[in-house]
Ligand binder design. Structure first.
Ligand SMILES: [Zn+2]
Length: 278
């Protein structure tokens, strides 16, 4: 099974506006696709992905309902059968939402697989008491959590979700099904290698393929436990075609590639292989 553990997409009606707002915070020339769900679904089909974890982010409390409605519509087929089959929407709860714990319970009750948190967009220090309470609630409701890690291209380099905080969070919330993103910490690779690589911690590798020299990338992929590496693209910010070519060029052992490209994510998220149909 092939799984992309980290993608973003927007409904057609808001994609242009949403992408323009995001691009405005990024360095000029930052390449991206159009951010539309239909384009994402096309790319997933083209590159043989059976599933992709769609990471919406609640940047204010009221967005839980908006994200839930959009995720529900995807699941029900409002954006086509291919999207309904492939997209695994994670919901998102804002730390200042007065109903945050009820919303986490609702996420689990309605059959979603997990939640996305983003420390920069949600002003959430990853090992703060507020974050620990949220993560304990997610764990107790058997939800996976995908969080942003390392720095973020759109924000000053404050350390709010770096590798050291990941370790402290996991110490405080044992049993949390956490997926650490960006190979442990975007642009904080020394700390990621020192504190996370080699540990039994699930890590997806989005945004590292372009920013790490191939030899270092290969070394990290070989040193991390084979059952804890997950492919993620962070689409629309990177291209599956380019990333898959780069990964192939690293010449990793076949069993490691299979685990990386989807088997680990499928097991972690309890995804069943879909019947082979159009
Ligand atoms: Zn992302």
């Amino acid at each position: 099974m092939r799984v992309d553990s980290h993608v973003h997409a927007f409904a057609d009606a808001i994609a242009e506006r949403a992408m323009a707002a995001l691009l405005a915070k990024m360095p000029p020339g930052y390449a991206a696709f159009d951010g539309r769900l239909a384009t994402l679904t096309d790319h997933l089909e083209t590159h043989g992905f059976d599933a992709a974890v769609l990471c919406s982010i609640a940047t204010k409390p009221s967005q839980f309902d908006v994200i839930r409605a959009w995720s529900q519509a995807i699941r029900e087929g409002a954006f086509g059968a291919s999207a309904a089959r492939r997209i695994v929407p994670f919901l998102s709860v804002h730390p200042e939402d007065p109903d945050r714990f009820a919303h986490i319970e609702q996420t689990a009750r309605e059959g979603y697989k997990g939640l996305k948190f983003h420390s920069y967009y949600q002003n959430l220090v990853l090992d703060s008491p507020a974050a620990i309470d949220l993560m304990r609630c997610a764990r107790d409701n058997h939800l996976a959590v995908l969080c942003h890690n390392g720095y973020d291209i759109a924000f000053p380099r404050d350390r709010v979700c770096e590798p050291a905080r990941v370790r402290r969070l996991l110490d405080a919330v044992p049993g949390l099904r956490l997926i650490v993103s960006h190979f442990g910490g975007w642009m904080d690779w020394d700390e990621a290698e020192r504190l996370l690589i080699g540990q039994p911690i699930a890590i997806e590798i989005s945004m590292s393929l372009n920013d790490l020299p191939p030899e270092r990338l290969r070394g990290m992929l070989l040193r991390h436990p084979i059952d804890a590496i997950l492919y993620g693209s962070d689409w629309p910010w990177s291209s599956h075609a380019k990333e898959l070519a780069l990964l192939d060029s690293l010449d990793l052992p076949a069993d490691r590639m299979t685990a990386l490209m989807g088997d680990n994510a499928a097991r972690l998220l309890g995804l069943a292989p879909a019947p082979a149909a159009g």
